[in-house]
Design a binder for this molecule. Structure first.
Ligand SMILES: Nc1ncnc2c1ncn2[C@@H]1O[C@H](COP(=O)(O)OP(=O)(O)OP(=O)(O)O)[C@@H](O)[C@H]1O
Ligand SMILES: [Mg+2]
Length: 504
């Protein structure tokens, strides 16, 4: 294949295997200069692997890359940078013990003269960049204190600061709400008008359709199609991704809301600087939603209930009895589970394999006297692998080698394995492809049918609307509204989330 004129990058016959398993086979397509190219495919299809090859993190087994028509080796990330390629990686690459501006300029520091950093300048530029992204983060803050959405914006700022010609973004919107996505899109359109080329990965097909000029679909490491975005609809793309005509309905039927007894009752919760007397309740077998903008306090609320933050006042009752939850182990004792939104930071253990990750909390169930019953552990893991179609070459694989979406599925399995009665799921389908989402939604409904109460925090409007039978909307640390039945719609949720009428 020869590169077309007008292509900034031409991917030619790229093949890549890991331990004998082919992950990309003979991929060839071109990226036009100045376009936004969408790259989509199911979890494990090979998107991140291809992106890592383009940005020098991985080397292909065969095939080549042509930049501006010239065959170019990209042996490492530094070379990619010098060639004008910047990447927003799927898994954050930030250093927690450094500040926001230090992270943004890490490896790209501005100096007044050799050896002397121009911190003032770096602070100013970082602040300006974050302001453009409408992210109210202080540049002197430590990255460890940021929410995942804020970390995402720091990662985006870091890439933008390189003023690259080719910007590669691997799922930059998974942690953002629709408003923040809009801001990011405005910025991407600006960059495009300045001639920057962008490769954009997302599982949200509406986003891909909205922002991209063309869309490339990968399936099982094969190139399926490259289409003009205007010529395909979301269903067409989904079909190409899955490779089947029949396309399961995404959301299961909502359960008729039965007024089960209250299993969790939070009354007058006070957490300094966050909540000043917040109350809500969760009923048996209910799928309860928590909607709101990023920063509205939903994650902090979950963390407070789970004993991850000191609580100054109010009561928490489980099954009618007041309980004192001072640490996560207390919450576990009352059969509360919490899937954190921060899979990477607070969830999976990168160096552990699948069974070790699944049974991390429920391990005592697998003990035979003092030994771990490995067979029981492996069998149980295989059940989750089947239920969620977790894609891994073997269950002995360390989690770090699984694709992002597959890591999320393993993390979810861990919580299911604790046998919770109350399960708080913070952005449970983050990074999960459209098809696999369906399985997770079905599963949440099955849990509810078995009497397990699920509290789902989600920034995807569609998800809370399709999944939950009752929805609390938070705004600035307060419950702004509680919606049921037909009132669970985008308009009413956004009204409570923002306080502005007609805001969707
Ligand atoms: N370093 C590695 N060693 C072994 N296998 C790997 C490695 N990196 C990726 N893989 C495997 O390659 C396949 C493709 O992974 P990749 O991360 O490219 O998927 P993806 O399309 O980005 O999926 P997702 O939407 O879940 O992020 C997966 O099966 C994954 O386990
Ligand atoms: Mg990926």
């Amino acid at each position: 294949m020869t590169a077309k004129t007008g292509d900034i990058l031409s991917i030619e016959n790229i093949t890549k295997s890991f331990s004998g398993v082919k992950v990309l086979s003979d991929i060839s397509f071109g990226i036009r200069s100045g376009e936004i190219m969408g790259l989509i495919g199911e979890n494990g299809a090979g998107k991140s692997t291809l992106i890592k090859i383009i940005s020098g993190i991985y080397q292909p087994d065969s095939g080549s890359l042509k930049l501006d028509g010239k065959e170019t080796a990209i042996p490492d990330y530094i070379t990619a940078k010098s060639l004008g390629i910047a990447i927003v990686p799927q898994e954050f690459n930030l250093i927690n013990t450094l500040t926001v501006f230090e992270n943004i300029f890490l490896g790209n520091e501005i100096r007044r003269r050799p050896g002397l950093l121009d911190k003032q300048k770096m602070r100013e530029l970082s602040a300006k960049q974050l302001e453009d992204l409408k992210m109210p983060v202080r540049v002197n803050q430590l990255v460890s204190s940021l929410s995942v959405a804020e970390k995402q914006m720091v990662e985006i700022s870091k890439a933008l600061m390189l003023h690259a010609r080719l910007l590669v973004m691997d799922e930059p919107t998974t942690t953002l709400t629709s408003r923040e996505v809009e801001t990011l899109f405005t910025l991407m359109r600006d960059l495009k008008s300045q001639g920057v080329t962008i490769i954009f990965v997302s599982h949200k097909l509406n986003e891909v359709k909205t922002i991209c000029d063309r869309i490339t679909v990968l399936r099982d490491g094969n190139l399926i199609s490259v289409d003009e975005a205007a010529s395909v609809n979301e269903e067409d793309i989904a079909r190409k991704m899955i490779g089947r005509k029949d396309f399961a309905k995404i959301f299961p039927e909502k359960l008729p809301r039965e007024a089960g007894t209250e299993v969790l009752d939070v009354n007058g919760l006070v957490v300094k600087g966050l909540f000043d007397g917040l109350s809500f309740s969760l009923r048996r077998g209910e799928v309860l939603g928590f909607a709101g903008l990023v920063g509205s306090g939903r994650t902090e609320l979950a963390e407070s209930v789970m004993g991850l933050r000191p609580v100054q006042g109010g009561t928490i009752s489980v099954n009618g009895k007041t309980v004192h939850i001072k640490k996560p182990a207390d919450a576990l004792r009352y059969k509360l589970g919490y899937l954190s939104e921060d899979r990477q930071g607070k969830g999976i253990v990168q160096g552990f394999n699948l069974p070790q990750n699944v049974t991390l909390i429920s391990l005592k169930e697998y003990l035979k006297w003092v030994l771990i019953d490995k067979k029981a552990e492996t069998d149980k893991t295989a059940e989750y692998v089947r239920a969620f179609k977790i894609r891994a070459a073997s269950d002995k694989m360390q989690l770090r080698f699984l694709s992002g979406g597959n890591q999320q599925k393993v993390y979810l399995s861990r919580w299911l394995d604790t046998g919770p009665e109350i399960l708080i799921l913070d952005e449970p389908t983050r990074g999960i492809d459209v098809n696999a989402k369906h399985e997770i939604y079905e599963f949440i409904h099955q849990l509810a049918e078995r009497g397990i109460s699920c509290l789902v925090i989600s920034s995807e409007l569609e998800e809370v609307i399709g999944l939950c039978s009752r929805v609390y909307v938070m705004r600035e640390g307060k419950i702004a509204g509680c919606l049921e039945g037909n009132h669970i719609n985008g308009e009413e949720i956004m009204f409570h989330a923002t306080g502005i009428k007609g805001s969707t």
